[in-house]
Design a protein. Structure first.
Lengths: 93, 106
């Protein structure tokens, strides 16, 4: 599967599950070429996401919401996911 | 001992426990390295498990923890998070507070 295809899949899943107001997905796989985690062919990604769904939710639960949205992709396509998840407008409460 | 019992014993038996790839001195992954480095800065004793040495535990803990990646930091028997959350809590000062509480009452 091509890298851009993976980004598209991640975007689709997150949009469907969390209706984000802002969403940026960066493929960082090239930074990890040759390291242990890159060997199985899965990718490294960075997700910046702002969604109302995160309001009043603690960091660990926010990350779980993102992981849950990824579903099987975590096993098939994603090796590592850096997550910056918060409610919109920089309000972190 | 079953894998689940091993995991339970590890998590409950250590105030501060890091499941990581490699060891704090020889980490095998950038995120594990970063997380271990943060813990080292506090100068506290912390336990670690190199999940690369136990494939069954590595897979099972993802399910038990409901957390699909490593590293995983546990303080006082609770999953705190992976590298991003640990970094965030380090910067906000929350991590220091949690560690002081956990190690202080040991």
């Amino acid at each position: 599967m091509s890298e851009s295809e993976r980004v598209r899949l991640i975007r689709e899943r997150l949009e469907e599950a969390l209706a984000p107001q802002e969403l940026a997905i960066r493929d960082e796989s090239h930074l990890h070429v040759g390291h242990e985690g890159a060997r199985d062919g899965r990718g490294h990604f960075h997700v910046t996401i702002r969604a109302e769904a995160f309001r009043g939710v603690n960091p660990i639960a926010r990350h779980r919401m993102v992981f849950d949205a990824m579903g099987e992709l975590m096993n098939t396509d994603i090796h590592a996911l850096r997550i910056d998840a918060a409610p919109p407008s920089g309000d972190d409460s | 001992m079953s894998i689940d019992e091993t995991i339970k014993e590890q998590i409950e038996g250590n105030d501060v426990l890091l499941y990581m790839k490699g060891t704090p001195d020889f980490p095998q992954c950038g995120f594990s390295a970063q997380t271990a480095q943060i813990l080292k800065q506090f100068g506290i004793e912390f336990a670690y498990v190199n999940i690369l040495e136990d494939q069954d535990l590595r897979e099972r803990l993802k399910e038990v923890a409901n957390w699909p990646t490593y590293p995983q930091l546990y303080i006082d028997g609770e999953l705190v998070g992976g590298c991003d959350i640990v970094m965030e809590m380090y910067q906000s000062g929350e991590l220091k507070e949690m560690l002081e509480k956990a190690v202080g009452k040991a």
